[in-house]
Design a protein around this ligand. Structure first.
Ligand code: DAH
Length: 344
């Protein structure tokens, strides 16, 4: 067989093999077979020496052409395999954006906490700072020093959780007033949010609930300061249009004392079930600090005056979010809790 024929059949064979190759690996064995050092083309080129110069030139050119052609085909086929591999990879890793995602539950603040934070921030913006006290409290701080005499009904076993060690679960946040005044001299402007406990359970009472106490003591503090402060607070929570009234009342630790009502947030003041047809809702207790309390903590009542107030956070939260049973707040029924998502 002439060299030319040999080269041509070699070209055909290589073409065929490359066409049918099914992997990158098989391409490299084809490459070795035809183009390698011991490959078919090399051995043909080696025998060129035996040819006449014209033949050598002609066959040499043909061999080179075929070499280039095989190289080209190999490169193209390799490229094809690489592309295919990439496409397969992409297909495998494909993200189906129409599939529903696996949701991560996002929690939210409890309505009592968000109300507590909102109230605190209002007072902080007026210059009050936050004070704290323990929930297990000395009877002395919870009652005696707040001018609550030994025979006062609030000490009745019905209301107070007495502990074996002579301490009580604080029945209100007012003992934080005592703790603050014992370690800090006027001017004082604090609020004290926290848990309090009473033996009481029905749709509007829970044995554990939250209060915020307020105390401001300085020279020349008057009832007007109290009224102004509470007006800013109540309008901040319930809006500028809310009606506010001060009703004379009695607390052992304040004199004079008052209870503050707001116009009913449900009926707007015309009378409904929630306000028991009065048009008003009782919202907090307040008054001017009783001189007896100042004396108990060593603050001169001739020099200083002050006001105090206390309110239940659950009551505010219930009015704000229109919740009709306090127990809902503490049962942790997720159907209830879920409703407060997205509220601060
Ligand atoms: N401690 C009172 C209570 O639990 C609330 C209260 C009333 C607090 C008047 C005060 C106040 O500081 O001045 O019912």
């Amino acid at each position: 067989m002439s060299l030319r024929r040999e080269i041509e059949s070699l070209e055909k064979e290589a073409n065929e093999l490359i066409k049918n190759a099914d992997s990158i690996e098989s391409l490299s064995s084809i490459k070795v077979k035809f183009l390698g050092k011991k490959g078919k083309l090399k051995s043909i080129l080696k025998s060129l020496g035996k040819l006449s110069p014209e033949e050598r030139k002609e066959i040499g050119q043909l061999a080179n052409k075929v070499k280039e052609e095989i190289e080209n085909l190999l490169r193209k086929k390799e490229q094809f395999f690489r592309e295919k591999a990439i496409q397969e990879e992409l297909k495998k890793d494909r993200v189906d954006i129409t599939l529903p995602p696996s949701w991560i539950e996002v929690g939210s603040a409890h309505p009592v906490v968000s109300t507590l934070v909102e109230i605190s921030q209002l007072f902080i913006s007026m210059g009050f700072s936050v004070a704290e006290g323990p929930e297990v409290e000395k009877e002395e701080y919870n009652f005696d020093m707040l001018n609550i005499p030994k025979d006062h009904p609030a000490r009745d076993m019905q209301d107070t959780f007495f502990l074996n060690n002579g301490m009580v679960l604080r029945t209100h946040t007012s003992p934080v007033q005592i703790r603050t005044m014992l370690k800090q001299k006027p001017p004082i402007a604090v609020i004290a949010p926290g848990r309090v406990y009473r033996k009481d359970a029905d749709p509007t009472h829970s044995p554990m609930f939250h209060q915020i106490e307020g105390l401001l003591v300085d020279e020349n503090i008057t009832f007007r300061d109290l009224k102004g402060t509470l007006k800013i607070f109540l309008e901040g929570i319930f809006g500028k249009d809310i009606g506010i009234r001060f009703r004379p009342s009695y607390f052992p630790f304040t004199e004079p004392s008052a209870e503050v009502d707001i116009s009913c947030t449900v009926c707007g003041g015309t009378g409904c079930r929630v306000c028991k047809d009065t048009g008003w809702l009782e919202i907090l207790g307040c008054g001017m600090v009783d001189p007896n309390v100042f004396e108990a903590v060593g603050i001169d009542p001739e020099k200083y005056t002050g006001f105090a107030f206390g309110l239940g956070i659950e009551r505010i939260a219930m009015l704000k979010y229109k919740i009709n049973d306090i127990r809902l707040l503490f049962e942790n029924d997720m159907r209830f809790n879920h409703q407060f998502k997205g509220i601060r």
